[in-house]
Design a protein around this ligand. Structure first.
Ligand code: BTN
Length: 273
C-alpha cells in the first residue's frame, strides 16, 4: 500500500489501544516538537500523542544546545505524559526512554547508551539524543515530555563538518535506507511498554546497564562548576554514573561527558590500529 499523504503515512505508526502513541500528529515544519507535545498535554486526549515533524526550526538539545536535522530524513518525535511515578524517580524516565529507543532501533543497528541518554554506535558515534523535560509538583511529576531525535537517513557523508566527526545514522549502520514510520511504530510500542513497567515499580536500570557504552572507559566529565577525570565503573540503581576519580568513587546524577580516552577501552573491545 502506498500512502502519499505524510500525515496519513505517519498515522500508520499509531495504535489507538495504547496510551503512548494512540495517535500521531504530523507537522511539515514546527519550532520544537517538545513544545507542541507539552501544549497538547493541556488538551483533551493530549497525553500520549506522538508529535512528529519533518523539520524543526528551533529544535532543542540537552544543556541548552540546538538539535540540527535537515528536513524529511530523520525522526523527531515528542510525547507528553503525566507519569504515575514519584519525582524521586524522574531520572528513571530518561533511562526507560533510552532503553525503548535502543530497542526500537534494533532491526537496523545494535546501539549502546552513552550516559545519560545518547544512543551511540560501537565507536561512540552518536545516532540519537533524548531531551526529557519534567515539571514537578511537590513529590510528584505533574508533566513530562519525552523528546527523541534519531539520525535515520542522514548519511554521514551529508552531515556538516562538526557533526560528521561525532555522529552517524541508522542508514549508515544498516547499509540501506530506513523506514521512519516503521521505526516510530517500534519506538511508540517500546515506550508504552517501558513506561508501563516503570509505573508498576519495575526499574529499567538492568536493561540500561546491559547497554552502557561508557563502562570501563576513561572519561572527562563536565560538572558545570568543575571537571572530573576518571574511569567509569558503572550505573547506580538511580541511574547515576559511577566514576572512579582521583578522590575515590563518586556517583554523578548530572553532567556531560566531554571526552573519552580512545586508548583506554573496556575488556573485550578491539581498537583499530
Ligand atoms: C541531545 O542529544 O542533546 C538531545 C536531542 C533531542 C532532540 C529531539 S528532536 C525531537 C525533540 N524536539 C526537540 O526540540 N528536541 C527533541
Amino acid at each position: 500500500m502506498t500512502v502519499r499523504n505524510p500525515a496519513a503515512a505517519w498515522s500508520l505508526a499509531a495504535d489507538a489501544s495504547r496510551r503512548i502513541g494512540r495517535a500521531v500528529e504530523y507537522h511539515l515544519e514546527i519550532g520544537s516538537t517538545n513544545d507542541r507535545a507539552r501544549g497538547a498535554l493541556a488538551e483533551p486526549n493530549g497525553e500520549g500523542l506522538a508529535v512528529v515533524a519533518d523539520l524543526q526550526t528551533a529544535g532543542r538539545g540537552r544543556q541548552g544546545r540546538g538539535w540540527l536535522s535537515p528536513p524529511g530524513v530523520n525522526l523527531m518525535c515528542s510525547i507528553g505524559l503525566r507519569p504515575h511515578i514519584p519525582a524521586s524517580q524522574a531520572g528513571l524516565l530518561g533511562l526507560a526512554t533510552a532503553v525503548a529507543a535502543l530497542d526500537a532501533c534494533r532491526p537496523w543497528a545494535l546501539l549502546q547508551i552513552r550516559w545519560p541518554n545518547d544512543l551511540v554506535a560501537s565507536d561512540g558515534s552518536k545516532v540519537a539524543g533524548l531531551l526529557i523535560e519534567t515539571a514537578l509538583d511537590g513529590e510528584r511529576i505533574s508533566a513530562a515530555v519525552l523528546g527523541i531525535g534519531v539520525n535515520v537517513n542522514w548519511r554521514r557523508a551529508d552531515m556538516p563538518a562538526g557533526i560528521a566527526e561525532t555522529a552517524t545514522s541508522l542508514q549508515d549502520l544498516a547499509g540501506e535506507s530506513v523506514d521512519r514510520v516503521a521505526l516510530l511504530a517500534r519506538l511508540l510500542a517500546a515506550l508504552d511498554d517501558e513506561v508501563t513497567r516503570l509505573e508498576s515499580g519495575s526499574s529499567p536500570v538492568e536493561r540500561y546497564r546491559a547497554a552502557s557504552w561508557l563502562d570501563g572507559r576513561q572519561a572527562h566529565i563536565d560538572l558545570g562548576d568543575r571537571r572530573l577525570d576518571g574511569v567509569v565503573a558503572g550505573i547506580a540503581d538511580d541511574g547515576s554514573l559511577l566514576v572512579d576519580g582521583p578522590g575515590g568513587r563518586v556517583a554523578l546524577s548530572h553532567g556531560e561527558v566531554v571526552r573519552v580516552d580512545p586508548t583506554r577501552v573496556p575488556a573485550g573491545v578491539e581498537v583499530a590500529s
